[in-house]
Write a new protein. Structure first.
Length: 199
């Protein structure tokens, strides 16, 4: 094959690759129901509706702002890089919840973040699933500390989910009990929650 023939093959290959990337990105943004990454910018800046999780035991904090959208978008971007993903669950210790209550609230928080990511950041969710769905449970002293951690996570572009208890058993209604942070790469979550101790 001559040099000009080789050059043509390379040029066609590069063109086909670029066209494939463009078509793939366009298709993903138009067909999020197919389980591929959703381009959050394609919504024209409209806020998605996030329904609260309420199964009688606890409910989700239904607060979303532009940093939530950025965090979900950032999580999808982070999913493209190699490395392990984990989910961190942060439990408020000032509520004095029993072991069973903590387990139930951690389950609510895990399910809440899972549902949020399933719709808005499926690539990141799959990355976490392929990483063994690792979960780390940490403790935090107060609600104020938890809310400061929410801000820190959002500033870092990491999604969060807070479970709010219905107040039917051990604690007061509308108490923020457990916060899910991530899933995200280990090093990103360590920067946010590394100062907290294991439960």
């Amino acid at each position: 094959m001559s040099d000009s023939g080789l050059l043509q093959v390379v040029a066609v290959g590069i063109g086909a690759f670029a066209l494939g990337c463009y078509l793939g990105l366009t298709w993903r943004s138009r067909h999020p129901e197919k389980g591929l990454a959703v381009d959050l910018r394609s919504s024209g800046g409209a806020m998605p509706e996030l329904s609260a999780l309420d199964d009688g035991m606890g409910e989700a904090e239904n607060i979303i702002d532009s940093r939530d959208l950025a965090a979900l978008d950032n999580t999808e971007t982070l999913a493209m890089f190699n490395g392990e993903f984990k989910l961190v669950l942060v439990v408020r210790m000032d509520l004095k919840m029993g072991k069973g209550k903590i387990a139930a609230q951690c389950s609510h928080a895990t399910l809440g973040i899972y549902k949020k990511l399933q719709r808005k950041a499926p690539t990141a969710l799959r990355k976490w699933e392929y990483s063994g769905q690792r979960k780390v449970v940490l403790k935090i002293d107060t609600e104020d500390d938890m809310m400061a951690l929410v801000k820190k996570a959002k500033d870092a572009g990491v999604p969060t989910h807070i479970t709010i208890d219905a107040g039917r058993t051990q604690i007061a209604p509308d108490s923020r009990t457990v916060m899910a942070v991530g899933p995200a790469p280990d090093h990103v979550l360590d920067d946010i929650t590394g100062h907290l101790k294991l439960l």
